[in-house]
Design a protein around this ligand. Sequence first.
Ligand SMILES: C[S@@+](CC[C@H](N)C(=O)[O-])C[C@H]1O[C@@H](n2cnc3c(N)ncnc32)[C@H](O)[C@@H]1O
Length: 337
Amino acid sequence: MRKLNALERHLKIDRKESFVYIPIKRERLPLIKEKLRGSNLPYKVVVHSFSTSITHKKDLASCLRDTIPPELLQNIPQSYDIIGDIVIVELKPEIYPYKKEVGEALLSFHHSVRLVLNKIGDIKGRYRVGEYEILAGEGPTETVHKEYGCKFKLDISKVFYTPRLSTERIRIVNQTSPSEVVCDLFAGVGPFSILIAKKKGALVYSVDINPHAVKYLKTNISLNKVERYVIPLLGDASQLSKGPLKGRCNRVIMNLPAGAHLFLDAASDVLKREGGVVHLHLFSESPKPENWPSLYKSFRELGWAHVELMNWRRVRETGPRKFHLALDIIVKSRRNS
Ligand SMILES: C[S@@+](CC[C@H](N)C(=O)[O-])C[C@H]1O[C@@H](n2cnc3c(N)ncnc32)[C@H](O)[C@@H]1O
């Protein structure tokens, strides 16, 4: 029955007198009856009140102990993301033969979850979107995620989104003051922009090149009632920075760690001539910003008289020798722009 995935694993097998009561999934009953037909095993289908298994919800490994060979249990996901009512895991190849079981276990583990996805491709391309397959559940890959009291509608198959940046987002929100003008150069569906608008009431220009992201950004601006504060712009940060955004801002958010360092001129262009703060996100092989001297040189060459690394932090480790770093840089007094 375990092999047939017929057991209601969160319920405890019961014994009374000479009977054993086995909790069977209702939808598996016809299959079980068929398997038992012809065997000499005496059985009867009854309705029974089971107690909940003590391992239920303890952890994912306990849920899967009856389904996955013990030597593979060490390969089941140790962590996963929950975005709205969708769980996203990244299964190791050894677990692929049991991906449906892992999906079902996650689904039964989290009652508010509707869909379990497996990330099968890296975050890639200009739009920084991942590739996913459905492991369990149903419905679209569109969902609404809540973060710090804000709502973000998004389709994870079309746009970038990760809840793992929430601490970084609130860190930047806390540095922003209501009188500032902010430019979110790689805004996605708007988590940095909308949080700043909602919590600080600062004016934010939100730029993204992915039309799907800008569609959701607009939806999220209305969902969070920040129409007065967030101005969505579809386009290339390089071009918009030289046009409508030139010289308007006090603060720039550059959350494109795979390539933000190629847009230092765009960040410089949107800042006011007196300067401001640049939040530069980078991927680095080193856990420290060892390339700071070359970044410093680039900002100086862009005409800034004063360039200072005010602060930096390791946001997360995204792979072996791959660190996501966030640098808070102060620039002042631009000479030639
Ligand atoms: C890593 S995602 C970050 C999105 C968002 N800040 C967040 O935290 O969810 C980077 C975003 O930059 C956008 N992007 C990439 N190149 C761009 C460009 N040249 N101009 C504007 N946006 C760009 C991508 O479409 C993507 O949405």
